[in-house]
Ligand binder design. Structure first.
Ligand code: ADP
Length: 273
């Protein structure tokens, strides 16, 4: 009798704790969405006035001031990108991300991203090699804008966590109903216990205080949203992402391989038209 009362009491307590946790998680997501939205408004003002200031400075031919104001504009661009990421994460968490299905070609998506990233990889002397595979040039269906975001996030990370002079390789294979893409780097690698953690939002490894502030420098800082967004985009398409690495070492550089699995479709899915 006493034992059964105890069990009843404990299970009630567990239920209350679970429901409190759910509420906390919901209010955290709401906070992220509201904060991100409210931050965008003043940022638009900063951008607008800085652009006007730049016009005046150009007319006055004052190069020193131009450097400073371009600095403000670059800073606000970075802040905007972080806010956009926070909004994307809150959309994904609340299952509100809607995909705009169109035909796409994986090779074009990869080429587009690499074109944008090439000044950064060249600046860090990192070579990016594409190993063509069956399915790389096939027509497929998905949200090309979101897929650009997915590949950009993974390739920026590969650059960021690989020391200067390293190598990145993109390869893949055609599977029944799927295309698997592999992005390997010769970077610092990831410990086994962290390999699922990094796909959770705001999770970055290492000492945050030691992170460089640039987004693309070796071990450059970031809010820890790139992988959760990439994973959310892959999953919204019916695919997945995971990582393989033999561990973390800043002396041996074991590298990491990210696997991206995307469905291979022959038309836009009926429920996505
Ligand atoms: P961010 O890059 O903004 O820190 P991400 O969500 O993109 O956030 O990545 C989370 C963490 O996963 C990174 O801070 C890093 O510790 C680890 N990580 C991601 N990609 C790699 C990689 N290619 N090699 C080693 N570590 C990585």
């Amino acid at each position: 009798m006493e034992t059964s009362q105890k069990i009843h009491y404990l299970s009630k307590q567990i239920e209350t704790a679970r429901s409190n946790l759910e509420k906390l998680d919901e209010s955290k997501s709401n906070f992220v969405a509201v904060a991100a939205h409210e931050l965008k408004t003043p940022l638009t003002l900063i951008d607008g006035y800085t652009s006007m200031l730049i016009d005046v400075i150009i007319k006055q031919n004052n190069n020193d001031l131009l450097v400073y104001t371009n600095g403000i504009l670059n800073g606000s661009k970075r802040l905007r990108a972080i806010i956009e990421d926070m909004l994307d994460v809150s959309l994904l968490e609340n299952n509100l991300l809607s995909l705009n299905y169109q035909p796409y070609w994986l090779n074009r998506i990869v080429e587009f991203v690499l074109l944008e990233l090439s000044p950064i990889s060249k600046g860090r002397d990192i070579s990016i090699n594409i190993q063509e595979f069956e399915g790389y040039r096939l027509i497929n269906y998905g949200d090309s804008e979101k897929l650009v975001q997915l590949f950009k996030n993974l390739l920026i990370n590969a650059i960021k966590f690989t020391p200067d002079g390293g190598k990145i390789n993109l390869s893949g294979r055609k599977l029944p109903g799927f295309i698997e893409v592999l992005i390997s780097d010769t970077g610092i690698g990831i410990n086994l216990e962290d390999q699922t953690l990094i796909f959770e939002k705001f999770n970055r490894l290492g000492n945050i205080a030691l992170h460089s502030s640039s987004k693309t420098n070796f071990k450059g800082g970031g809010p820890g949203l790139g992988l959760p967004i990439a994973k959310g985009i892959a999953e919204a398409h019916g695919g997945s992402i995971w990582v393989e690495s033999s561990g973390y070492s800043e002396t041996d550089f074991p590298g990491s391989t990210f696997h991206i699995l995307l469905p291979l479709l022959d038309k836009i899915p009926e429920n996505k038209k």
